[in-house]
Design a protein around this ligand. Structure first.
Ligand code: 0PR
Length: 369
């Protein structure tokens, strides 16, 4: 059986050969794997049985809150960015108690919000972007009305890596008294480690009520490790579900039985890397990002935007979609993004300089095919 599983595993792509350029996940840190194995059977859906793991979850949330400049924040390690975004809009909707609720989203918001709006019966209202592909606060303002329960901004958009003007959204949210949620699923563990100037996106901004930040993306923890952090403990009251026969009286997450192993893996990788470790990783990813974007520009490709985070997006005059298909045939896993007619490359920690060099070389050859 194991031999068969190993054979089947060979059908999957692997991070080690540096050809996965389309993923926002990466190879977990070795210590994250070990911690995961130690907590394999721990279930935070019944935290009364696993007080040790519950303690680790509190510590992980505490560290994320500190990173995001939040005091007295609460939250949970959840299954990923989708569940984290769901919990934010769920709390905002329940708090507002408005008929026919609406949420204002950037046109570039992650597709998880479409699922969430469908589930929660919230109408998504999309605000347009400015010339730098960030949501335009004036257009957001126009979308707000009596039924708006929340505004969403993205800090590290999935397609181009740009950061919405969260500071301006925060001012707007204060004025209009609506919940501001920041989807920093990807950027939350990148932006704090960038050199100045860093875009503002966290609890430093007064109106930010909730932030999504996923350890299973740039945090190098084992999947499923997403994070939802709320500014105020009151938010959890709007998510509270009674668990009549369990030791703990309530659950606050959408998922019931949930992985304590992912929490332990996050705790371990935070402890092993520390702030300095993450800073080094982000520095390396950004260096390779700049190397790639310069190489692409020199080879005559058009960059959609100068990278803010470790994502490069480019076009080819000879046809970008066709080029993406040819790259897949050559074994390079890249994303084709229809919205901007571009190829997206995410420079995650498994992508090394030698892979970027090989990619640029192959790309120039592939274009001529
Ligand atoms: N918010 C943002 C900004 C995201 O980038 C993502 C996922 C989510 C929310 C949802 O997170 P979960 O997928 O954890 O629920 N970002 C990646 C994307 O859609 C997910 C991904 C990961 C895609 C690995 C491909 C892949 O191989 O681009």
């Amino acid at each position: 059986m194991l031999a068969e599983l190993k054979r089947i595993r060979q059908l999957d792509a692997g991070y080690d050969d540096g050809k996965i350029l389309c993923s926002i996940c990466t190879k977990p840190h070795p210590i994250a794997r070990q911690a995961y194995m130690l907590f394999l059977d721990s279930n935070l859906g019944d935290a009364g049985l696993f007080p040790g793991t519950a303690q680790l979850e509190k510590e992980v949330i505490g560290e994320l809150a500190t990173l995001l400049h939040g005091e007295n924040c609460v939250g949970h390690v959840v299954s990923g960015g989708t569940e984290a975004n769901l919990m934010a809009l769920w709390a905002a909707r329940n708090m507002a108690q408005i008929d026919a609720p609406e949420v204002v989203l950037p046109e570039s918001a992650h597709f998880s919000f479409r699922k969430i709006c469908n589930l929660l019966n919230i109408k998504p209202v999309y605000a347009g972007l400015d010339s730098s592909f960030r949501v335009d606060p004036l257009l957001v303002e126009k979308c707000i009305n009596q039924r708006t329960v929340a505004i969403v901004g993205t800090a590290g958009a999935s397609e181009l890596g740009v950061v919405d003007p969260i500071e301006k959204l925060s001012r707007l949210s204060l004025e209009r008294r609506v919940w501001l949620h920041v989807d920093a699923a990807f950027g939350g563990l990148v932006i704090p480690f960038l050199h100045d100037p860093k875009p503002q996106f966290d609890f430093t901004l007064e109106a930010v009520e909730s932030v999504t930040v996923d350890p299973h993306k740039m945090g190098m923890a084992v999947i499923p490790a997403g994070g939802i952090i709320f500014r105020d403990r009151k938010a959890l009251e709007f998510l509270q579900t009674e668990t009549p026969y369990l030791n703990d009286q309530y659950q606050y997450t959408f998922v019931g039985t949930r992985s304590g192993a992912a929490v332990a893996s996050t705790w371990a990788v935070f402890r092993a890397l520390g702030m300095e470790g993450y800073r080094k990783i982000v520095r390396k990813c950004m260096k390779i990002t700049r190397f790639l974007s310069q190489g692409l520009a020199e080879a005559g490709f058009e960059l959609v935007v100068e990278p803010t985070l470790n994502i490069v997006a480019f076009r080819s005059k000879g046809g970008t979609k066709r080029l993406a298909e040819k790259l897949w045939q050559q074994g390079w896993f890249v994303s084709y993004v229809p919205r901007y007619d571009c190829i997206r490359i995410v420079v995650m920690p498994h992508v090394k300089k030698r892979h970027a060099v090989a990619f640029l070389k192959d790309l120039n050859l592939t274009e001529k095919l």
